[in-house]
Structure formats: C-alpha cells, structure tokens
Design a protein around this ligand. Structure first.
Ligand code: GDP
Length: 210
C-alpha cells in the first residue's frame, strides 16, 4: 500500500466522541517509550503526525488519523509509565477498556513491544486481556535496528514461545520493525491492506433476515 494521504482527525478523552464511520480501524498501543509515535510517523511517511514523546505518560488521548481516506489508524495512550499516579492509571484503564469494548469498527490492535526487552508482565497481561475479550491483535516488535539479526530471531522466538507456554494456543501474527530504517513497514501495510479488503467484503454481504 502506498500512503497518499494521512490526516489527523480528532483527539478524544471520551470514546463516545470518536468518529462514527464504518471504515476499518487499527489501534496502536504499547508501553510509554516503546517507539509508537515514531512508528506511526514512519508508517504515514510524516515527520510529526504523531508527536514523539517529550513527556511520556502525560496525555491520555485517543488520536484518530485517517489514512488514504479509507481507514483509521488510532494512536492509543502508552501504558506502564512508572511515575503515573494511581488515579491516572485507573482513568487509563477505563479509557482503554471502553475503547476496546465500544469500537465495533476495530479490525485489529497492534501491541508494540521493544525488541530489546524480556517479556514484561504488563504486556503479557494486556494481551491476555485482549484475548479473553476476543479482540484480534498482532505484535509489533520495535527498534530492531538496535539488535543483530541473530538476536532478533532468538528474542522474538523466545517471546512467542513464552506466550505459547502460558495462555495461548496459537501465536499471534508478529512484525519486526525499525522506524529508523523503515524495516517491516511494507509487511505491516500489506497486512493492513489484506484486512481492509476482508472488512470491505464482509461489509458487502447481504444482511440476512432471521
Ligand atoms: P512512544 O512514547 O512510544 O511514542 O515512543 P517514541 O516514538 O517517542 O520513541 C521513544 C524513543 O525511542 C525516542 O527517543 C525515539 O527516538 C526512539 N525510537 C523510536 N523508534 C526507534 C527505532 O526504530 N530505532 C531506534 N534506534 N530508536 C527508536
């Protein structure tokens, strides 16, 4: 997919104010500092569409970006920032759970994981929560330029194996990316293209009266 248009549409603290169109939507989420803004900018071919974090954990907004006038890329707030107060952690949880419960047009979430780190409970628990709520997701490993190819292979395999050993019967799709080198961008966009087509085909099925 070639990105020909990417525009910021709206920021929300309230899920009920998010755009109400029937177009496919993809949510990007991960721990603060995982490289989410950089990845979104790299996907959209823009320097500053998503702000790279000066102050991680500060704003808890749902940001909608419309891509190629045909799908939404959603930038969800980062989680797990150590200095967040209990009150804002609760607010974050409420915002995120409501988002995933309410957004019927969500096709898939993308959970970002910094490839350098060992599996962290906060990420594993979050993915388990997605699983128990039947929300499809993929993993995006970020900052691959910081590791050598052998380490990338070992770390991603270990990560997926850990998931399989614990809660999962099947490995989720996963992508290896570097925003710095634009690694994995084409694969990710090809995957979104495929899901967009499936969404459109589903939408065109005649409704059945029962
Ligand atoms: P966010 O808090 O998840 O939005 O993360 P940012 O996109 O703001 O990135 C956090 C830090 O990681 C910044 O210093 C980025 O320059 C750096 N970073 C993000 N992506 C990459 C990457 O692909 N490679 C490298 N080497 N650094 C990255």
């Amino acid at each position: 997919m070639r990105i020909t248009a990417s525009e910021f549409i709206i920021s929300n603290t309230d899920v009920s104010n998010c755009p109400n169109e029937r177009i496919p939507e993809y949510a990007f989420i991960g721990r603060s500092n995982v490289g989410k803004s950089s990845l979104i900018n790299s996907i959209c071919d823009r320097k500053n569409l998503a702000k790279t974090s000066g102050r991680p954990g500060k704003t808890q907004l749902i940001n909608h970006f419309k891509i190629n006038k045909s799908w939404y890329l959603v930038d969800l707030p980062g989680y797990g920032y150590a200095r967040t107060s209990k009150t804002s952690k609760k607010a974050f949880q409420k915002l995120i759970t409501t988002y995933f419960e309410k957004r019927k047009q969500l096709v898939s979430a993308f959970v970002l994981i910094d490839i350098r780190h060992d599996p962290q409970p906060i990420d594993l628990e979050f993915m388990e929560w997605l699983g128990t709520h039947y929300i499809p997701f993929s993993i995006i490993f970020t900052k691959a330029d910081k590791e050598k190819p052998m380490a990338i292979k070992r770390k991603t395999e270990t990560y997926i194996q850990k998931m399989l050993d614990h809660a999962w019967e099947e490995a989720p799709p996963h992508f290896i990316t570097s925003s710095l080198h634009r690694t994995g961008r084409e694969e990710l966009l090809a995957y979104i293209t495929k899901l967009n087509e499936e969404f459109i085909n589903l939408d065109q099925l005649p409704s059945v009266d029962v």
